[in-house]
Design a protein around this ligand. Structure first.
Ligand code: FES
Ligand SMILES: [Fe+2]
Length: 333
């Protein structure tokens, strides 16, 4: 039985549930919208995702083992293939099926979708000629709505963030554009001062104009950020970031962020991959940890927004909530 969760199980969406490299020879359990899903990789490399409780007598399939193309329950040895077909040693004629999820593997991630029928395409984005510096996963002990609020408002970049942020929120030029299925935000203003931690690698500097633009779409919930810097002489800096962030509701109070970070190659040959990319990834991931810190220090997890408390940079939050609700929240009965 599915535990109660106010988020839909994701009938339409592909969810990036785990990194491909996290899935070895043993099955792993992951939560999605309150339901535990066991993911496994067969001997031929196919990936399956099935409901956790064995169809026989409900042992967790997370403690099972992979044999050939099947996940084998550790209790009585029932076998499950990636499509949920069951083979039972004592009842070879049995035709019961176990709940299985659609799965695909791309961008170094395993994506899961709870639905049958035609498989929609995965969300698409362009790398714009940039190189992937890395993919990072953060778990936030906060509901999906509050997590999205944080990552789609810019005021806190002056206070919470240490590297990628604006010097003064009063100087941010902000524009919001609304579409039925998307919100688009443009922000630019003076970059905040930061320690010249990686000035040897990148050419942006405190005093530059920082442009932080993004678009949020809701099916699945995804924000793509374009971050660029302009020198005091008006020259576009070579270093920029493109950040693709998926928000996955694991349960009512836990959200998974899956973030792909793209940048130009800043060092020649393999030096970029071996040295620069890990630094860019670590700096970005640290900035995201600061967001996680703020979210995990909210006094409570009340998701209500009080319109009278919202500032001029917060208008997008209400718009996001309107678009999020039909995609992610269960209908109240
Ligand atoms: S509980 Fe899984 S085979 Fe019996
Ligand atoms: Fe932030």
């Amino acid at each position: 039985m599915r535990p109660s969760c106010r988020y839909r199980p994701g009938l339409r969406h592909w969810h990036p549930l785990l990194l491909s490299r996290e899935l070895g020879a043993r099955p792993v359990a992951r939560r999605l919208a309150g339901q535990v899903i066991v993911v496994f990789r067969t001997a031929s490399g196919r990936v399956g995702a099935v409901a956790e409780a064995c169809s026989h007598r409900r042992l967790s399939l997370a403690v099972g083992r992979v044999e050939g193309e099947d996940l084998v329950c550790a209790y009585h040895g029932w076998r499950f293939d990636p499509e949920g077909a069951i083979r039972c040693p004592l009842m070879p004629a049995q035709r019961q099926r176990h709940q299985a999820f659609q799965v695909c593997e791309a961008h170094g991630l395993i994506w899961v979708r709870e639905a049958s029928g035609p498989r929609p395409p995965l969300p698409r984005w362009s790398a714009d000629g940039l190189a992937l510096a890395g993919t990072v996963v953060h778990h936030v002990r906060a509901p999906l709505e509050l997590t999205l609020d944080n990552f789609t408002e810019v005021e806190h970049t002056s206070t919470i963030h240490q590297v990628f942020g604006f010097a003064d929120p009063r100087e941010i030029r902000h524009r919001l554009e609304l579409e039925p299925g998307a919100t688009r935000v443009w922000n630019n203003g003076p970059q905040k001062w930061f320690l010249p931690l990686f000035n040897g690698l990148i050419d942006n500097r405190p005093g530059d104009c920082f442009a932080n633009d993004w678009v949020t779409t809701f099916d699945p919930l995804l924000t793509i950020y374009e971050q660029t810097w302009i020198s005091p002489k008006g020259k576009l800096r070579r270093f920029r970031l493109k950040v693709v962030m998926f928000f996955v509701p694991l349960d009512d109070a836990l959200t998974q962020l899956v973030t792909l970070i793209y940048s130009p190659k800043v060092l020649p040959g393999p030096l970029h991959r071996l040295l620069a990319a890990p630094i860019i990834r670590a700096v970005t991931s640290r900035e995201l940890n600061l967001d996680v810190w703020a979210l995990e220090h909210l006094a409570d997890l009340d998701t209500e927004l009080n319109p009278r408390s919202l500032g001029p940079l917060d208008r997008v939050l209400m718009e996001n909530r309107r678009r999020l609700e039909p995609c992610y929240l269960r209908e109240l009965v």
